[in-house]
Design a protein around this ligand. Structure first.
Ligand SMILES: [Zn+2]
Length: 176
């Protein structure tokens, strides 16, 4: 994406928003710091999603969005975080070049991203998507998160910065 002021091709995205059937991005030029807006269209209109029971339906961004929003309800997420999650899932689906995908693949893609974004949202989404039937399955998921957290804190021991993931894990113990 070329800077309209200096022609530099490297920019960083400062905000990303879904508008109509496209994505509006605010970008900042890495060379002159100028900010400009781009509109990008991701066309997943032709993609079909195969559900668990074998039925096919047209990919629907709003449906995906409402599922993720439910999981993220009242979580302290940065503005635009959910849209970014959906954008990156759509980009990944788009780049597979396939005209058909499965609801379980989309579910996995959501899980991957929520795991990094917010542990509570991750567990909420997992409990619906994986259809937890008992407390042991839930415990497995929480244990996996806790293990990931342990290796993360070893890796960043020298860092004074407190991970937001640790915060959500702490609030998990408070919530239950
Ligand atoms: Zn520039």
């Amino acid at each position: 994406m070329k800077c309209s002021y200096c022609g530099e091709t490297n920019s960083r995205v400062v905000d990303s928003r879904h508008i109509g059937d496209g994505i509006r991005r605010r970008r900042q030029c890495l060379s002159c710091d100028a900010r400009f807006t781009t509109y990008e269209r991701v066309d997943l209109g032709g993609i079909f999603v195969v559900k668990k029971d074998g039925r096919r339906e047209k990919y629907n961004r709003d449906k995906l969005s409402s599922g993720i929003r439910k999981a993220c309800e009242k979580r302290p997420l940065p503005i635009g975080a959910i849209e970014k999650v959906i954008d990156s899932i759509e980009a990944e689906l788009y780049h597979t070049g396939k005209t058909e995908t499965s609801s379980s693949l989309i579910g996995d893609l959501v899980m991957q991203r929520l795991k990094h974004l917010d542990h509570i949202a991750y567990i909420r989404f997992a409990s619906i998507y994986r259809e937890f039937s008992d407390i042991d399955t839930l415990k497995e998921v929480v244990d996996t998160l806790a293990q990931g957290e342990a290796s993360l804190s070893i890796a960043s021991q020298s860092s004074q910065h407190r991970s937001p993931k640790t915060d959500s894990l702490l609030s998990l113990t408070g919530e239950n």
